[in-house]
Each structure stands twice: as structure tokens, then as C-alpha cells.
Design a protein around this ligand. Structure first.
Ligand SMILES: [Fe+2]
Ligand SMILES: [Fe+2]
Length: 386
């Protein structure tokens, strides 16, 4: 991920933001501001020399550069994104080869003073040939769905990155956790606008990278359940984060057990059943004050009736969020194809969950699950591929 030195669109954006900061700290005509403009101009000219075009789009909390989400910059420059969209009337900036220093001056003016009702008219008035400003985009269903899908795949990338960090015996860092949070919030935001996304996103599967896709699907279904329960959105986002991280302990399970193309023997099961405790241990070292992911990692294979694993003392009360994650976990596991089983249709899972109310599942959550499917299931238009 992006702990590597910034390059290309990232670097140009850093300079763009640097110019704005210099103009705010000093005056637009101060030598520091001129220097910052010059640095931006040179980086931009170098980039455009090779690529011809560079486009940034602001979509709520997300910064998208050339159609790729920039999670780190989205996180760092949240306020900038907000000001552009809601105070300056700017939803995107596109540069093309040939951009001039006069156009950089105009950009600074637009970013500090705004462009009125129409960025296009403003640009025409200023006779800008290589700088195009777009108005803030109105959220529509298609854009929302593609943003959600990008955030889904972005989450997969972060989880893959976290996995290699842990395999290198290092602790996941704050930036990885923060990036995962940006993607989780983005999916939630889009799910609120397009409820059918819950089931459609959770139908993205990968046979080869089962655990990564499973983790994101558990996050999506957990958030869907939270919404069906009417929980506040900030709580729903935490359910998503806990879902993302619930199977973290599988990183510590030997690959020959984890990827065995068949049913596990008793000894392999014994090893596999250690993943909740291993996950809780890993997550206890995470740089976050939120203990929920750790609790959910430890408890997500416990059952409502006290069965399941890991073995705990009598009277242990499973956290309600772990019960919710347990249901989301079973849903995704059942609807996924594995080496030893076919994917089970959603209708059959629905019957199973109903039958297991008060046994495997908390009956209130089983009812919320029914509600979730009713609320969110719409034409699942055959797009279940990774
Ligand atoms: Fe698990
Ligand atoms: Fe799981």
C-alpha cells in the first residue's frame, strides 16, 4: 500500500495541497506561495509530459485520481475535499498537457474563492485550455455502485497488505487501519443510498483468496444486519470494521491446513479452532483503542446456545456484536463455493437461519436477518465474480 514514497498523482496532489496551505499561511503573492506554485507546476508538467492527462474527482470523503481511489490522501485531506465540494463548488479537477503557470494561478483562485454556480462558465470566462473544473457530482445509482465496488476491492488490497505485514512479523500500522476504515465507511455510505448493494457486494466471491473476500463479505453483511436493526450509522461502521478483521487469526494457521482442498481431519480441526484466540491476540496489539474487533475475533465461532468454540468458562456471555458477526460469517460461508462443497442458494440459507434461531443464532438477529434480506435483496443481477 502507500507507505512507499508518493509518486505521480499522489505527489502532484501533495504539491497542490501544499500550494493551498502556503497561500493560506502566507499571502497569495508571498515568495513561499510562488515557490509552492512553481513546485506544483513542475511536477504537473513532468507528469503530463508522460501521461497527457491527470484527473482528480472528489466523491464525498473519497479522493479519486485517474479512476483510482487514493485512500491515504482521502484520509489526510478530508477537510480539503469537504471545502471543495460544499464551499467552493468544485467536484473535480482535470489537467491536460500544456498547462500553464497562469492556469495554476487560476486554480489557486478557484480553490480559495470558489467558482460560483458553474465551474464550466468560470473556466470559459478565464479562458482555461488545460484546466477543467467539474461541479460536485450528484450521487446517482451507477456512480454509487462503482464507488462501492472500488471500496470493496480496495479493502481486499488493504487486508492482503495487512496479511503480509503480519507474516513479516510486524504489527499492522495506523495507516492500514485508517484506510480500511475509509473503505468501510464508503461501502456503508453507498449501501445507505442503494440498499440492494448489501446482497450484491456480498455476492462477490473468490475461490483462491477465500479468506480475504470472506472477511469483506462478513463486514458487508454485518453492516446490513446493523442497518436492518436500525442501529446508528457510526455503530454500523464499527460492525463493519469488526467483520473485516474477524478472521485475522487465520494468518497464523499453517497454509496446508487453511487451503486444504477437502474436509479437515481431527488434528487439523484442532489447529483451525485456534484461529479465534490467535486473532484476538493479534488484534490486541493493533494501534486502536477500539476493542470490538478483538472481542469479535475471539467469539465469532461461539453459538447462542453456548456450543461452538473456543471453549470458555460457564456463564460466559457472548457479545451481541459477536453474535451478529457469527450470523454474517455463516451466511458468507454457506453461500460460497469451497473445494469440498457447492455454494448454497440464499433461500436455503434463509431457511437454515430460521431453523437455527435460539440454537446457533440469537432469535432477534435471525429475525433481523430475514428483514435484511427483504429490505435489501433486489434483482441480484448475476455479477457474482471477484
Ligand atoms: Fe472464523
Ligand atoms: Fe469467518
Amino acid at each position: 500500500m502507500s507507505s512507499a514514497p508518493a509518486s505521480g498523482p499522489q505527489l502532484v496532489f501533495t504539491y497542490l495541497h501544499g500550494m493551498l496551505r502556503a497561500a493560506g499561511l502566507y499571502l497569495p503573492n508571498h515568495p513561499q506561495t510562488h515557490r509552492a506554485k512553481r513546485v506544483l507546476f513542475e511536477a504537473l508538467t513532468a507528469y503530463l509530459g508522460g501521461h497527457g492527462r491527470l484527473s482528480y474527482r472528489f466523491m464525498g470523503d473519497l479522493l479519486v485520481a485517474n479512476d483510482r481511489i487514493m485512500p491515504r490522501e482521502s484520509l489526510l485531506h478530508r477537510r480539503f475535499l469537504e471545502v471543495c465540494q460544499f464551499e467552493r463548488g468544485i467536484g473535480g479537477i482535470t489537467f491536460t498537457r500544456g498547462v500553464t503557470e497562469r492556469e495554476i494561478d487560476a486554480l489557486l483562485e478557484a480553490l480559495t474563492e470558489g467558482v460560483g454556480a458553474s465551474p464550466a462558465e468560470w473556466s470559459a470566462r478565464k479562458r482555461l485550455a488545460h484546466l477543467h473544473l467539474a461541479p460536485p457530482s450528484q450521487p446517482d445509482r451507477q456512480t454509487g455502485e462503482s464507488v462501492a465496488r472500488r471500496a470493496y476491492h480496495g479493502s481486499i488490497e488493504v487486508l492482503r497488505d495487512v496479511e503480509s505485514t503480519i507474516r513479516a512479523r510486524q504489527a499492522p500500522n495506523l495507516e492500514q487501519v485508517g484506510t480500511l476504515r475509509v473503505y468501510t465507511s464508503t461501502m456503508l455510505e453507498q449501501m445507505l443510498q442503494t440498499p440492494g448493494l448489501v446482497v450484491r457486494l456480498a455476492s462477490i466471491k473468490s475461490y483462491d483468496e477465500y479468506t480475504l473476500y470472506h472477511s469483506v463479505n462478513v463486514a458487508v453483511i454485518s453492516m446490513g444486519l446493523g442497518l436492518a436493526l436500525g442501529l446508528p450509522h457510526d455503530v454500523v461502521r464499527e460492525l463493519g470494521m469488526a467483520g473485516m478483521l474477524h478472521d485475522m487469526g487465520k494468518i497464523a494457521i499453517p497454509l496446508e491446513v487453511l487451503r486444504k482442498p477437502g474436509l479437515l481431519d481431527p488434528e487439523e480441526w484442532r489447529i483451525m479452532r485456534r484461529h479465534p484466540a490467535l486473532g484476538a491476540d493479534l488484534l490486541s496489539r493493533l494501534p486502536s483503542s477500539n476493542r470490538l474487533p478483538m472481542i469479535v475475533a475471539f467469539e465469532h465461532h461461539m453459538r447462542y446456545d453456548g456450543q461452538g468454540y473456543p471453549f470458555v468458562r460457564e456463564g460466559w456471555r457472548q457479545h451481541v456484536v459477536s453474535r451478529l458477526a457469527c450470523l454474517a460469517d455463516v451466511y458468507d460461508a454457506m453461500t460460497s463455493r469451497r473445494a469440498y462443497k457447492q455454494a448454497i442458494p440464499v433461500e436455503q440459507v434463509r431457511t437454515f437461519v430460521r431453523d437455527e434461531a435460539d440454537r446457533t443464532f440469537d432469535a432477534r438477529l435471525a429475525r433481523a436477518f430475514e428483514r435484511m434480506l427483504q429490505m435489501f435483496a433486489e434483482s441480484p443481477a448475476g455479477e457474482a465474480s471477484a
